[in-house]
Design a protein around this ligand. Structure first.
Ligand code: ADP
Length: 162
C-alpha cells in the first residue's frame, strides 16, 4: 500500500522550515501532497498562483511531492487524496496548543487519518512565513531562510511598497 500524506498550510510564502519538514516527511511517506489553503477569508500576501509558482520552483530537487489546493475540512481533503496521514511541523511550545486542538478535532472528524508531527530542524525554530514577511517589510535580510525565488519575490514586493 502506498503511504500518502497531505501537508496542509498557507505557504504564504514557502520557507526553508517548510522544506525541512517535507524532506523528513518523505522518509516516512511514499508521497506527500502539499495542500495549499485557499480560504478566501484569510488575508495572504501572495496570490494562490504566486504561492504555487514559488513552491514549484523550490521543489525542483524533490521527488514524490505534489501540489494541490483545498478549502474546507482538512480531513475531507485527506480522504479525497486517499491519504492516511496529515503532516505538520512543530517548532516551539507555542505551536503545540493549537496543533493539539486541531489534531484531536481532526481525529474526531475522521478516525482513519492520523496527524503526524515532525520536529523542526533547530536552524528553523524561529522561521515562520509571518516573521519573514514582517522582517522583510522593514528591509530585514531574509537570505538563507527562504528559497532563492521567494527571497527575490519578497524583496520585489516590499521594494515597491516602501
Ligand atoms: P498554517 O497557517 O496552517 O500554520 P503554514 O504555511 O504557516 O500554515 O505552515 C504549514 C505547516 O508547516 C505547519 O504545520 C507549520 O507548523 C509548519 N511549519 C512552518 N514553519 C516551520 C518551521 N520553521 N519548522 C517546522 N515546521 C514549520
Amino acid at each position: 500500500m502506498e503511504r500518502i500524506a497531505i501537508y496542509p498550510g498557507s505557504f504564504d510564502p514557502v520557507t526553508n522550515g517548510h522544506l525541512d519538514i517535507l524532506e523528513r516527511g518523505l522518509k516516512l511517506f511514499d508521497k506527500i501532497i502539499i495542500a495549499i489553503l485557499t480560504n478566501p477569508k484569510k488575508k495572504f500576501l501572495f496570490t494562490l498562483d504566486e504561492r504555487i509558482e514559488m513552491l514549484e520552483e523550490s521543489l525542483k530537487e524533490f521527488s514524490n511531492v505534489e501540489i494541490d489546493t483545498f478549502d474546507g475540512l482538512t480531513v475531507d481533503f485527506a480522504a479525497e487524496c486517499n491519504a492516511q496521514g496529515i503532516l505538520r511541523g512543530l517548532r516551539a511550545m507555542s505551536d503545540f496548543e493549537y496543533e493539539f486542538q486541531m489534531a484531536l478535532m481532526n481525529r474526531r472528524l475522521n478516525r482513519e487519518v492520523q496527524t503526524v508531527y515532525l520536529m523542526t530542524g533547530l536552524r528553523w525554530i524561529y522561521t515562520s512565513s509571518s516573521i519573514i514577511k514582517e522582517a522583510a517589510q522593514f528591509g530585514g535580510d531574509i537570505h538563507g531562510m527562504v528559497p532563492p525565488i521567494v527571497e527575490q519575490k519578497i524583496k520585489k514586493i516590499f521594494a515597491v511598497k516602501r
